[in-house]
Design a protein around this ligand. Structure first.
Ligand code: 7PM
Length: 268
């Protein structure tokens, strides 16, 4: 069971993209990624989210071969070392299938099953879990003046439509997690309104994942770079937990774990 009143799951972010330290497939890079994953597990992570494709606004797409080279060795080695839940952050069915075959448990698809027509059946076949994330536009275009009629209503309607699509494809109801996609095609005020009204999204019948860690809207508020956004991340993670989030996605696992263990005690 993903949603629990008395426990919030921590998803630790493991980037295996070349714009971090990783260049694909080479042994020392896989070693470094595994060391990072094991450190996050030590710090209290419940899920490790392995991502080989940058979802940075305007980032170039990468080939399926490149993404497989980066992601699969890490999934395989982590699976051999730990029983932690392994998530693969991908929009490509071929990467999802190979990851699930290598022992991953869930697929974090920022396109909510829209970019690859084979994604939904791939996940259904493997009886895996899926994160359905809201995004207006594509990673290339999403921050070009996003507009909503009512951001909470629009995001909720989108997530319910994508959840129905997943159910129709044969994904089990209790394998679906939804995510408002903070920062994905949203202005500062859209992100804040989604957080204010998170209880509305949390009451839609699916466990809620929220990713706030070091995001650029915190930089807009604080006028600080990503390396200086930890306090903003912590306070908004607490707000998300009080708003009903079941999973928080973080770079800083130790702080995320402690935030969750305290904030969850105020939930009613
Ligand atoms: C640049 C911009 C680099 C944005 C990285 C990002 C989420 C996610 C990401 C999220 C789910 C980041 C994002 N964010 N998956 N992947 N939910 N489900 O800040 O909020 O990590 S990438």
């Amino acid at each position: 069971m993903i949603h629990q009143a008395d426990r919030v799951l921590i998803m630790g972010i493991l980037n295996v993209t070349p714009d971090s330290f990783y260049d694909g497939g080479r042994a020392y890079e896989t070693d470094a990624a595994i060391d990072k994953a094991l450190a996050m597990i030590e710090q209290g992570a419940d899920i490790i989210d392995i991502g080989g494709e940058s979802s940075r606004p305007g980032a170039d797409a990468i080939s399926v071969e490149q993404e497989l080279d980066r992601v699969i060795p890490v999934v395989r080695r982590l699976r051999a070392k730990s029983s932690i839940l392994i998530s693969v952050d991908t929009t490509k069915a071929a990467v999802a299938r190979a990851s699930l075959d290598a022992g991953a448990d869930l697929v974090n698809d920022i396109s909510a099953l829209r970019f690859d027509p084979a994604m939904a059946s791939t996940i259904a076949q493997a009886q895996a879990m899926v994160v359905l994330m809201h995004m207006q536009g594509t990673p290339q275009t999403m921050q070009q003046a996003p507009v909503y009629q009512d951001v909470v209503t629009d995001v909720c309607a989108f997530l319910m439509e994508r959840a129905q699509f997943a159910l129709d494809a044969g994904i089990a109801r209790d394998h679906i997690i939804v995510d408002p996609g903070i920062g994905f095609g949203k202005r500062l005020e859209h992100n804040l309104e989604l957080l204010r009204q998170l209880p509305k999204l949390a009451s839609c019948g699916y466990p809620l994942l929220v990713g706030l860690s070091r995001k650029s809207f915190l930089g807009q508020i604080l006028d600080l770079p990503a390396s200086e956004r930890l306090e903003g991340t912590i306070v908004l993670n607490a707000v998300a937990i009080l708003g009903g989030a079941s999973i928080i996605r973080v770079h800083d696992v130790k702080e995320g774990r402690r935030t969750a263990d305290v904030a969850v005690r105020l939930r009613t």
